[in-house]
Design a protein around this ligand. Structure first.
Ligand code: NAD
Length: 484
C-alpha cells in the first residue's frame, strides 16, 4: 500500500465527529485529515469484537494456527518495513533511518508472542480436603486454566506509533483476546496499514478493530464501555488517572504504562566518555519524547563541570531537521500543543532563575523544533524538575555520595526508569535495589528486549508489558477443582 493511498484512505474512513487534521510537525502543514469515528463507532467496534470472541473465531483456533498467523503478520510487516517507517517518519518527523531501525523490532513483537501461543498453560495441584464428619481425606485434583479476558481496549500515544501498536496488539492476540485499538489522534497513519496487514495475514474479521478519534471522544467511550473487560493504556499519568475512574463503571481491569522523570546517576569513576554520550542521547533522542528519557541527571561533584560541558557540547552538535533534510539526526516535537507545553516549562524556569547552559529556545524556522536544552541551578521544588516535560530538556544537579544521589533520584512521584554509570559494580547493584523504578539500567541506556518485562513503579504505571508478564496481562486465571 503506497504512502499516498494511506493518506487518501484515511480521509474516506467513515466518522461522525469533528474532522481532525493530521499535521506534519516538520512543516506545520496538513498531510491529510480524518473524521473522528464518534461514539456509535465505538459501540459497533466493541460489538464486532464481542461477537468474534463469543464465536471463538480467534481464541477457539488451535494455538499453533494462531501462532502461524502471527508469524505471517511479522513477515508482512518485514515486506512493508519501508512504508511503515515512512508513515511514522512523516507523521512524527523522526529521522527515516531511526524509523527503519524501529519497525523490524515491532514486527518481532508478533514472532516473540507467536511463541507464547502454545505455552500459555496453567498449573496442576495435588490437594487433599478433609471430608465429612468422619475426618477422612478426600483425594482431589485442582488445576488452573489461563483464559483470555475477552474484549480489550488498546489505547496508546503518538511517540512511537508502530511500536506502541504492536507492543499491545501482539500479546493481546497471543492471549486470544479480541481488541479495539485506538492510536493517538496525532498519529493515525501507520495504524491504517497495520490494520490491512493484520487482515491479510489471516486474523479473522472482528478480532482486531481500529478506531480513529480523539481521546476525549473515542478513547473515553472505549474506556467507559460496559462490554470491554480490560483497558491496556500507554500515555500520560494525568490521562491514566481518568482511565482508572472511567473504568470503574464495570470494574474493568486496567493496565497502565505512564509517564516518567527518570534519573541518571553519573559517578566520578564512570567511563565518562560513554556516560556523557549515552546520557545526552538518553534525553535528546526523539527530541525527548520517550517515556524512559533520562530527564534528571545527577553527577558526582568532582566531575560535574566536565559532564555538564560534555552533554552541552553534544546538545549543540546535534542537527535538528526533518526526515528529508540532509544529515539531520533529531526531529521536531509532535505538535504545536507539545511545543507550547515544553516552551512553557523552559520559560517558567528562566523566570525562576535556572541557568540555561545551552538551548532554551525553539529553532528560528518552521516546524516544532526545540534546541536540546541543558539546565543547571535548578531548585527541586520547580515544576520543570518535578513534572514530565516530554521534550529535549534536561536538568543536571551535583551530588556527593550514594545516599544523597538515591534521595534525589527517588524524590519523584514517577518511577519508570533509572540509570547508574559507575565502574564500581558492587555499588551499581546496590543502587539497583535502592532506586524506585520499574527498570534500572547499569552502564547502559536506551535498551530494550521483547522478553524483558517493562512497567512503572509509583505513578508510572500498573502492571507490565513485554515478556511473559506482557501476555499474562491479557489472561485471567481460573481454578478448577475435581473430586477423584
Ligand atoms: P496522552 O495521555 O495525552 O494520550 C495517550 C492516548 O490516550 C492517546 O491515544 C489519546 O487519544 C488517549 N486519550 C486521551 N484522553 C483520553 C481519555 N480521557 N480517555 C481515553 N483515552 C484518552 O499522552 P500523550 O501526550 O499522547 O503521550 C505522551 C505520554 O505518554 C507521556 O506522559 C509519556 O511518558 C507516556 N508514555 C509512556 C510510555 C510507557 O511505556 N510508560 C510509553 C510511551 C509514552
Amino acid at each position: 500500500m503506497a504512502l499516498q493511498s494511506v493518506l487518501d484512505e484515511i480521509r474516506k474512513r467513515p466518522g461522525k465527529g469533528e474532522v481532525i487534521p493530521v499535521i506534519d510537525p516538520v512543516t506545520e502543514e496538513q498531510i491529510t485529515e480524518f473524521t473522528d469515528c464518534g461514539e456509535q463507532a465505538v459501540d459497533d467496534a466493541v460489538a464486532r469484537a464481542r461477537s468474534s470472541f463469543e464465536a471463538g473465531a480467534w481464541h477457539g483456533m488451535a494455538a499453533r494456527e494462531r501462532a502461524k498467523i502471527m508469524w505471517r503478520i511479522a513477515d508482512l510487516m518485514d515486506e512493508h518495513t519501508d512504508e511503515l517507517a515512512q508513515l511514522d517518519s512523516l507523521n512524527t518527523g523522526m529521522p527515516l533511518a531511526q524509523a527503519k531501525m524501529i519497525v523490524p523490532s515491532c514486527a518481532e513483537f508478533f514472532r516473540y508472542y507467536a511463541g507464547w501461543c502454545t505455552k500459555l498453560n496453567g498449573t496442576a495441584h495435588e490437594v487433599q480436603m478433609q471430608g465429612g464428619v468422619s475426618g477422612t481425606f478426600a483425594e482431589m485434583h485442582a488445576y488452573t486454566l489461563k483464559e483470555p479476558y475477552g474484549v480489550v481496549g488498546l489505547i496508546f500515544p503518538w511517540n512511537g506509533p508502530v511500536f506502541n501498536a504492536c507492543g499491545k496488539i501482539a500479546p493481546a492476540l497471543a492471549a486470544g483476546c479480541s481488541s479495539v485499538v485506538k492510536p493517538a489522534e496525532e498519529t493515525p497513519l501507520s495504524a491504517v496499514l497495520l490494520e490491512k496487514i493484520i487482515a491479510e495475514a489471516g486474523v479473522p474479521d472482528g478480532v482486531v478493530n481500529l478506531l480513529l478519534g480523539y481521546g476525549h471522544t473515542a478513547g473515553a467511550a472505549l474506556t467507559a464501555h460496559p462490554d470491554v473487560e480490560k483497558i491496556a493504556f500507554t500515555g500520560s499519568t494525568e490521562v491514566g488517572k481518568h482511565i482508572v475512574q472511567a473504568a470503574s463503571g464495570n470494574l474493568k481491569k486496567v493496565m497502565l504504562e505512564l509517564g516518567g522523570k527518570s534519573p541518571v546517576l553519573i559517578y566520578d569513576d564512570a567511563d565518562l566518555n560513554m556516560a556523557i554520550m549515552m546520557a545526552a542521547m538518553g534525553i535528546f533522542v526523539h527530541s525527548g519524547q520517550g517515556c524512559v528519557c533520562g530527564s534528571r541527571i545527577f553527577v558526582q561533584r568532582g566531575v560535574y563541570d566536565q559532564v555538564v560541558e560534555g552533554i552541552a557540547t553534544i546538545a549543540n552538535s546535534l542537527k535538528l531537521g526533518g526526515p528529508q533534510e540532509e544529515g539531520s539526526n533529531i526531529g521536531p516535537l509532535i505538535s504545536q500543543k507539545q511545543l507550547t507545553r515544553v516552551m512553557g516549562f523552559i520559560d517558567e524556569g528562566k523566570r525562576d532563575g535556572v541557568e540555561v547552559v545551552t538551548g532554551g529556545h525553539r529553532l528560528d524556522r518552521r516546524g516544532y523544533f526545540v534546541h536540546p536544552t541543558v539546565l543547571t541551578n535548578v531548585d527541586p521544588a520547580m515544576r520543570l524538575y518535578q513534572q514530565e516535560i516530554f521534550g529535549p530538556v534536561v536538568t543536571i544537579l551535583p551530588f556527593d555520595d550514594d545516599d544523597e544521589a538515591v534521595a534525589m533520584a527517588n524524590d519523584s512521584t514517577y518511577g519508570l526508569a533509572a540509570t547508574v554509570w559507575t565502574t564500581n559494580l558492587a555499588r551499581a547493584h546496590r543502587l539497583a535495589k535502592r532506586l524506585q523504578a520499574g527498570t534500572v539500567t547499569l552502564n547502559c541506556q536506551l535498551v530494550f528486549d521483547h522478553d524483558v518485562p517493562f512497567g512503572g513503579y509509583k505513578q508510572s504505571g500498573w502492571g507490565h508489558e513485554f515478556g511473559h508478564s506482557g501476555v499474562d496481562a491479557y489472561l485471567q486465571t481460573k481454578s478448577v477443582w475435581a473430586q477423584l
